[in-house]
Design a protein around this ligand. Structure first.
Ligand SMILES: CC(C)(COP(=O)(O)OP(=O)(O)OC[C@H]1O[C@@H](n2cnc3c(N)ncnc32)[C@H](O)[C@@H]1OP(=O)(O)O)[C@@H](O)C(=O)NCCC(=O)NCCS
Length: 161
C-alpha cells in the first residue's frame, strides 16, 4: 500500500469516499451518491475539487485506489460540520469497505497531517459521530474533543507540531 498526493483526476474517487463517510453507519438507510453530492451540507466537502488550498492524499494498493483523506477550508458563512475557524481546515476521510480495519485510515491520517504541516497549517478539525469507531482512531492519533457538533457528534481538533 502506498499513500500519494491526491490530484485533479481523483475528484470522483474522493466523492466516493465522501459518500462512504456520510454512510458510515450500517444501521442507517444509505444516502445515494447523487443525494450526497446534491445536498449543499455534504457536497461542499468536494465540490470544485481541487480548490487552490485543498490538500489531499490517496492510498493505493496494487494500483487500485483504496482510501483518501483531504482537508478543505470553509468560510464562517458556509461552515462544515466540524467548523472551528476559517483558518482551520476540515478533514474528510474514507476507506473502501474491503480495506477497513487494516491500517489504511491511520496511514492516511498521518500522511495528510504531514502534508498539512508542510503547508504551514497549525490545526485540523473534524466532526465525528460518537458511535463511529473512527472517533477512537482520532483520539489515538491526538485529536481532542473541543465541542459537540450536535446531540450525537463531536467536533475534534488536532494541533500539529
Ligand atoms: C474510519 C475509517 C476511515 C478508518 O480507516 P480504517 O482503515 O478502517 O482504520 P485503521 O485500520 O487504520 O484502524 C485504526 C483504528 O480504528 C479502530 N478500528 C478499525 N476498525 C475497527 C472496527 N471494525 N471496529 C472497531 N474499531 C476499529 C481501531 O481503534 C484501530 O486501531 P488499532 O489498529 O490500534 O486497532 C474507515 O473505517 C472508514 O472509511 N469508515 C467509513 C467512513 C467513515 O466513518 N469516515 C469517517 C467519518 S468521521
Amino acid at each position: 500500500m502506498i499513500v500519494r498526493e491526491a490530484g485533479r483526476d481523483d475528484g470522483d474517487f474522493l466523492a466516493d469516499m465522501l459518500v462512504a463517510a456520510v454512510n458510515w453507519s450500517p444501521e442507517w438507510k444509505k444516502k445515494s451518491r447523487r443525494r450526497v453530492l446534491a445536498a449543499p451540507n455534504t457536497a461542499h466537502y468536494i465540490a470544485g475539487w481541487p480548490r487552490e488550498d485543498d490538500l489531499g492524499v490517496v492510498a493505493e494498493a496494487d494500483g487500485e485506489r483504496v482510501g483518501a483523506a483531504w482537508l478543505r477550508f470553509f468560510p464562517p458563512g458556509e461552515p462544515g460540520y466540524g467548523f472551528v475557524a476559517a483558518d482551520v481546515p476540515e478533514l474528510t476521510i474514507g476507506v473502501a469497505a474491503p480495506w477497513r480495519g487494516r491500517g489504511v485510515g491511520r496511514a492516511l491520517l498521518r500522511a495528510i497531517e504531514a502534508r498539512a504541516l508542510e503547508a504551514g497549517i497549525g490545526r485540523i478539525a473534524l466532526s465525528v459521530e460518537r458511535k463511529n469507531f473512527a472517533q477512537r482512531l482520532y483520539l489515538a492519533e491526538g485529536y481532542e474533543v473541543v465541542g459537540a457538533g450536535s446531540a450525537d457528534s463531536d467536533t475534534m481538533v488536532k494541533i500539529l507540531t
